[in-house]
Design a protein around this ligand. Structure first.
Ligand code: PAF
Length: 282
Protein backbone atom coordinates (compact mmCIF):
# COMPACT_ATOMS: atom_id res chain seq x y z
CA UNK A 1 0.00 0.00 0.00
CA UNK A 2 1.34 3.44 -0.95
CA UNK A 3 0.88 6.36 1.45
CA UNK A 4 1.01 9.74 -0.36
CA UNK A 5 1.01 13.16 1.22
CA UNK A 6 1.62 15.05 -1.99
CA UNK A 7 -1.14 15.82 -4.50
CA UNK A 8 1.34 15.61 -7.41
CA UNK A 9 1.96 11.93 -6.55
CA UNK A 10 -1.76 11.16 -6.69
CA UNK A 11 -2.16 13.10 -9.96
CA UNK A 12 0.69 11.04 -11.48
CA UNK A 13 -0.62 7.68 -10.21
CA UNK A 14 -4.11 8.48 -11.52
CA UNK A 15 -2.77 9.55 -14.92
CA UNK A 16 -0.75 6.33 -15.25
CA UNK A 17 -3.73 4.20 -14.20
CA UNK A 18 -6.08 5.91 -16.63
CA UNK A 19 -3.57 5.51 -19.48
CA UNK A 20 -3.98 1.73 -19.16
CA UNK A 21 -7.77 1.95 -18.60
CA UNK A 22 -7.65 1.04 -14.91
CA UNK A 23 -10.71 2.14 -12.96
CA UNK A 24 -10.34 4.15 -9.78
CA UNK A 25 -12.57 3.88 -6.74
CA UNK A 26 -12.36 6.63 -4.14
CA UNK A 27 -13.32 6.61 -0.46
CA UNK A 28 -12.93 10.06 1.13
CA UNK A 29 -12.68 9.92 4.93
CA UNK A 30 -11.63 12.00 7.92
CA UNK A 31 -9.88 9.01 9.49
CA UNK A 32 -10.77 7.36 12.83
CA UNK A 33 -11.72 4.45 10.62
CA UNK A 34 -14.29 1.86 11.66
CA UNK A 35 -16.14 -0.99 9.99
CA UNK A 36 -18.45 1.51 8.26
CA UNK A 37 -15.48 2.95 6.35
CA UNK A 38 -14.08 -0.50 5.68
CA UNK A 39 -17.38 -1.57 4.11
CA UNK A 40 -16.95 1.31 1.63
CA UNK A 41 -13.37 0.26 0.93
CA UNK A 42 -14.46 -3.36 0.40
CA UNK A 43 -17.14 -2.30 -2.06
CA UNK A 44 -14.64 -0.17 -3.95
CA UNK A 45 -12.11 -3.01 -4.05
CA UNK A 46 -14.71 -5.25 -5.69
CA UNK A 47 -15.73 -2.70 -8.30
CA UNK A 48 -12.41 -1.07 -9.28
CA UNK A 49 -8.82 -1.85 -10.21
CA UNK A 50 -7.40 0.74 -7.82
CA UNK A 51 -8.86 2.00 -4.54
CA UNK A 52 -7.72 5.34 -3.14
CA UNK A 53 -8.71 6.33 0.40
CA UNK A 54 -8.14 9.90 1.58
CA UNK A 55 -7.69 10.81 5.22
CA UNK A 56 -8.13 14.52 5.79
CA UNK A 57 -9.85 16.18 8.75
CA UNK A 58 -11.40 19.10 6.93
CA UNK A 59 -11.53 22.11 9.29
CA UNK A 60 -13.96 23.96 6.98
CA UNK A 61 -16.82 21.56 7.66
CA UNK A 62 -16.76 21.87 11.47
CA UNK A 63 -19.09 24.59 12.67
CA UNK A 64 -17.80 24.29 16.24
CA UNK A 65 -14.10 24.52 17.01
CA UNK A 66 -14.49 22.14 19.97
CA UNK A 67 -15.89 19.43 17.67
CA UNK A 68 -12.87 19.89 15.36
CA UNK A 69 -10.38 19.80 18.24
CA UNK A 70 -11.98 16.72 19.82
CA UNK A 71 -12.36 14.83 16.53
CA UNK A 72 -10.45 11.54 17.01
CA UNK A 73 -7.05 11.43 15.30
CA UNK A 74 -5.73 7.89 14.86
CA UNK A 75 -3.58 8.03 11.73
CA UNK A 76 -1.17 5.17 12.47
CA UNK A 77 -4.00 2.82 13.41
CA UNK A 78 -5.96 3.91 10.30
CA UNK A 79 -3.00 3.11 8.04
CA UNK A 80 -2.69 -0.37 9.61
CA UNK A 81 -6.42 -1.02 9.11
CA UNK A 82 -6.20 0.07 5.47
CA UNK A 83 -3.15 -2.13 4.82
CA UNK A 84 -5.15 -5.14 6.04
CA UNK A 85 -8.18 -4.16 3.94
CA UNK A 86 -6.24 -4.48 0.67
CA UNK A 87 -6.56 -0.79 -0.25
CA UNK A 88 -4.00 0.33 -2.86
CA UNK A 89 -3.29 3.96 -2.02
CA UNK A 90 -3.87 6.26 0.94
CA UNK A 91 -3.80 10.00 0.44
CA UNK A 92 -3.04 11.98 3.60
CA UNK A 93 -2.71 15.58 2.45
CA UNK A 94 -1.92 18.68 4.49
CA UNK A 95 -4.33 21.63 4.47
CA UNK A 96 -2.14 23.39 1.88
CA UNK A 97 -2.14 20.37 -0.42
CA UNK A 98 -5.94 20.38 -0.51
CA UNK A 99 -6.66 24.11 -0.40
CA UNK A 100 -4.33 25.67 -2.93
CA UNK A 101 -6.84 28.51 -3.18
CA UNK A 102 -9.40 29.61 -0.63
CA UNK A 103 -12.41 30.09 -2.92
CA UNK A 104 -15.79 28.60 -2.00
CA UNK A 105 -17.25 26.22 -4.56
CA UNK A 106 -20.63 27.56 -5.62
CA UNK A 107 -23.29 24.96 -6.35
CA UNK A 108 -27.05 25.32 -6.50
CA UNK A 109 -28.13 22.63 -4.05
CA UNK A 110 -31.88 23.28 -4.44
CA UNK A 111 -32.37 23.81 -0.72
CA UNK A 112 -30.78 20.48 0.26
CA UNK A 113 -28.26 22.38 2.38
CA UNK A 114 -30.70 24.55 4.33
CA UNK A 115 -32.73 21.85 6.14
CA UNK A 116 -31.82 19.32 8.88
CA UNK A 117 -28.01 19.32 9.36
CA UNK A 118 -27.76 22.47 7.24
CA UNK A 119 -30.07 24.33 9.60
CA UNK A 120 -28.23 23.33 12.78
CA UNK A 121 -24.64 23.23 11.47
CA UNK A 122 -24.29 26.46 9.54
CA UNK A 123 -21.60 26.30 6.86
CA UNK A 124 -21.09 22.54 7.29
CA UNK A 125 -22.17 21.50 3.80
CA UNK A 126 -20.30 24.38 2.13
CA UNK A 127 -17.20 22.95 3.83
CA UNK A 128 -18.03 19.43 2.61
CA UNK A 129 -18.58 20.65 -0.96
CA UNK A 130 -15.35 22.69 -0.84
CA UNK A 131 -13.27 19.68 0.17
CA UNK A 132 -14.96 16.92 -1.85
CA UNK A 133 -14.83 19.04 -5.03
CA UNK A 134 -11.09 19.55 -4.54
CA UNK A 135 -10.46 15.88 -3.71
CA UNK A 136 -12.43 14.80 -6.81
CA UNK A 137 -10.27 17.12 -8.93
CA UNK A 138 -7.11 15.47 -7.57
CA UNK A 139 -8.27 11.83 -7.58
CA UNK A 140 -10.57 11.91 -10.68
CA UNK A 141 -12.27 8.67 -9.62
CA UNK A 142 -14.61 6.58 -11.76
CA UNK A 143 -16.62 5.80 -8.63
CA UNK A 144 -16.81 7.39 -5.17
CA UNK A 145 -18.29 5.75 -2.09
CA UNK A 146 -20.45 7.47 0.53
CA UNK A 147 -22.34 5.99 3.51
CA UNK A 148 -26.09 6.44 3.91
CA UNK A 149 -25.59 7.40 7.56
CA UNK A 150 -24.71 10.87 6.24
CA UNK A 151 -27.78 10.73 4.01
CA UNK A 152 -27.99 14.48 3.43
CA UNK A 153 -24.30 14.62 2.52
CA UNK A 154 -24.85 11.80 0.02
CA UNK A 155 -27.65 13.71 -1.74
CA UNK A 156 -25.58 16.91 -1.75
CA UNK A 157 -22.60 15.17 -3.32
CA UNK A 158 -24.91 13.67 -6.00
CA UNK A 159 -26.30 17.15 -6.67
CA UNK A 160 -22.76 18.55 -6.96
CA UNK A 161 -21.85 15.82 -9.48
CA UNK A 162 -24.89 16.70 -11.62
CA UNK A 163 -24.23 20.43 -11.31
CA UNK A 164 -20.63 20.18 -12.56
CA UNK A 165 -21.40 17.26 -14.86
CA UNK A 166 -18.57 15.23 -13.33
CA UNK A 167 -18.21 11.76 -14.81
CA UNK A 168 -18.16 10.06 -11.39
CA UNK A 169 -20.58 7.38 -10.22
CA UNK A 170 -21.62 7.99 -6.62
CA UNK A 171 -22.12 4.65 -4.88
CA UNK A 172 -24.37 4.83 -1.78
CA UNK A 173 -23.46 2.30 0.93
CA UNK A 174 -25.66 0.88 3.69
CA UNK A 175 -25.38 2.04 7.31
CA UNK A 176 -23.26 -0.35 9.38
CA UNK A 177 -24.50 -0.82 12.96
CA UNK A 178 -23.14 -2.16 16.23
CA UNK A 179 -24.83 -5.38 17.43
CA UNK A 180 -27.19 -3.28 19.60
CA UNK A 181 -28.16 -1.12 16.60
CA UNK A 182 -26.09 2.06 17.14
CA UNK A 183 -24.92 3.37 13.75
CA UNK A 184 -21.13 3.30 13.51
CA UNK A 185 -19.54 6.73 13.72
CA UNK A 186 -16.09 8.02 14.57
CA UNK A 187 -17.77 10.15 17.24
CA UNK A 188 -18.98 7.03 19.14
CA UNK A 189 -15.49 6.71 20.66
CA UNK A 190 -16.13 9.95 22.58
CA UNK A 191 -19.04 8.39 24.54
CA UNK A 192 -18.45 7.17 28.09
CA UNK A 193 -19.43 3.53 28.61
CA UNK A 194 -22.68 4.52 30.37
CA UNK A 195 -23.51 6.96 27.58
CA UNK A 196 -22.67 4.31 25.02
CA UNK A 197 -25.13 1.85 26.66
CA UNK A 198 -27.93 4.40 26.48
CA UNK A 199 -27.43 5.35 22.81
CA UNK A 200 -29.00 2.09 21.64
CA UNK A 201 -32.38 3.73 22.26
CA UNK A 202 -31.88 5.89 19.14
CA UNK A 203 -31.88 3.00 16.66
CA UNK A 204 -34.51 1.14 18.70
CA UNK A 205 -36.84 4.12 18.21
CA UNK A 206 -36.09 4.23 14.48
CA UNK A 207 -36.64 0.51 13.92
CA UNK A 208 -39.85 0.56 15.93
CA UNK A 209 -41.10 3.59 13.97
CA UNK A 210 -40.55 1.68 10.74
CA UNK A 211 -41.99 -1.61 11.92
CA UNK A 212 -45.05 -0.45 13.84
CA UNK A 213 -45.84 3.12 12.82
CA UNK A 214 -44.86 3.55 9.15
CA UNK A 215 -48.52 3.54 7.98
CA UNK A 216 -49.36 6.39 10.35
CA UNK A 217 -49.32 10.14 9.85
CA UNK A 218 -46.02 11.99 10.00
CA UNK A 219 -46.79 13.81 13.30
CA UNK A 220 -47.63 10.53 15.05
CA UNK A 221 -44.37 8.89 13.95
CA UNK A 222 -42.27 11.94 14.83
CA UNK A 223 -43.85 12.22 18.29
CA UNK A 224 -43.32 8.53 18.95
CA UNK A 225 -39.60 8.74 18.06
CA UNK A 226 -38.93 11.96 19.95
CA UNK A 227 -40.74 10.71 23.09
CA UNK A 228 -39.04 7.33 23.05
CA UNK A 229 -35.58 8.91 22.71
CA UNK A 230 -36.16 11.67 25.23
CA UNK A 231 -37.59 9.31 27.86
CA UNK A 232 -33.94 8.36 28.23
CA UNK A 233 -32.25 10.90 30.53
CA UNK A 234 -28.97 10.78 28.61
CA UNK A 235 -30.48 11.74 25.25
CA UNK A 236 -31.98 14.89 23.80
CA UNK A 237 -33.14 15.35 20.19
CA UNK A 238 -31.96 18.33 18.17
CA UNK A 239 -34.42 17.34 15.46
CA UNK A 240 -36.63 14.46 14.37
CA UNK A 241 -37.85 15.04 10.83
CA UNK A 242 -39.64 13.02 8.18
CA UNK A 243 -38.79 14.07 4.65
CA UNK A 244 -39.07 13.20 1.00
CA UNK A 245 -36.12 10.84 0.39
CA UNK A 246 -35.08 12.61 -2.85
CA UNK A 247 -35.47 16.29 -2.03
CA UNK A 248 -35.35 16.19 1.80
CA UNK A 249 -38.32 18.57 1.85
CA UNK A 250 -39.95 18.05 5.28
CA UNK A 251 -43.39 16.37 5.07
CA UNK A 252 -46.44 18.04 6.56
CA UNK A 253 -47.86 16.55 9.75
CA UNK A 254 -50.93 14.96 8.14
CA UNK A 255 -49.02 13.17 5.35
CA UNK A 256 -48.51 9.41 5.53
CA UNK A 257 -45.01 8.48 6.72
CA UNK A 258 -44.78 5.40 4.48
CA UNK A 259 -41.83 5.47 2.06
CA UNK A 260 -40.50 8.72 3.53
CA UNK A 261 -37.18 9.02 5.32
CA UNK A 262 -36.94 9.72 9.04
CA UNK A 263 -33.79 11.56 10.11
CA UNK A 264 -32.64 12.57 13.56
CA UNK A 265 -29.78 14.28 15.37
CA UNK A 266 -29.44 13.44 19.05
CA UNK A 267 -27.16 14.76 21.75
CA UNK A 268 -25.76 12.29 24.24
CA UNK A 269 -23.87 14.55 26.65
CA UNK A 270 -21.66 16.67 24.39
CA UNK A 271 -21.58 14.12 21.58
CA UNK A 272 -23.90 14.71 18.66
CA UNK A 273 -25.07 11.60 16.81
CA UNK A 274 -27.11 11.32 13.61
CA UNK A 275 -29.11 8.42 12.25
CA UNK A 276 -31.86 7.77 9.71
CA UNK A 277 -34.19 5.11 8.39
CA UNK A 278 -36.32 4.71 5.28
CA UNK A 279 -39.89 4.03 6.40
CA UNK A 280 -40.58 1.50 3.68
CA UNK A 281 -42.20 -1.90 4.05
CA UNK A 282 -39.04 -3.99 3.48
O1 PAF B 1 -18.17 11.92 5.59
C1 PAF B 1 -17.04 12.38 5.88
O2 PAF B 1 -16.24 11.76 6.58
C2 PAF B 1 -16.64 13.75 5.36
O3 PAF B 1 -17.72 14.62 5.34
C3 PAF B 1 -15.95 13.70 3.98
C4 PAF B 1 -16.89 13.20 2.91
C5 PAF B 1 -14.73 12.82 4.06
C6 PAF B 1 -15.50 15.10 3.58
O4 PAF B 1 -14.58 15.63 4.49
Amino acid sequence: MIVCTNREDILRIVEEAKAVSKSIGFVPTMGALHQGHISLVEKSLKQNNITIVSIFINPKQFNQSEDFEKYPRTLNKDIEILKKSGCSIVFVPSYEQVYQDSSSIEVNLDGLDTVLEGKFRKGHFQGVVDVVYRLFKIVSPNRAYFGKKDYQQLLIIKKMIDYFDFNIEIVPCEIIREPDGLALSSRNTRLSSTERDNTKVISEALFEAKKIYRNNQVNIVKNFVQNKIEQNNFLSCEYVEICDPDTLKPCSSKQKALNKILLTAVYCGKVRLIDNILLDSE
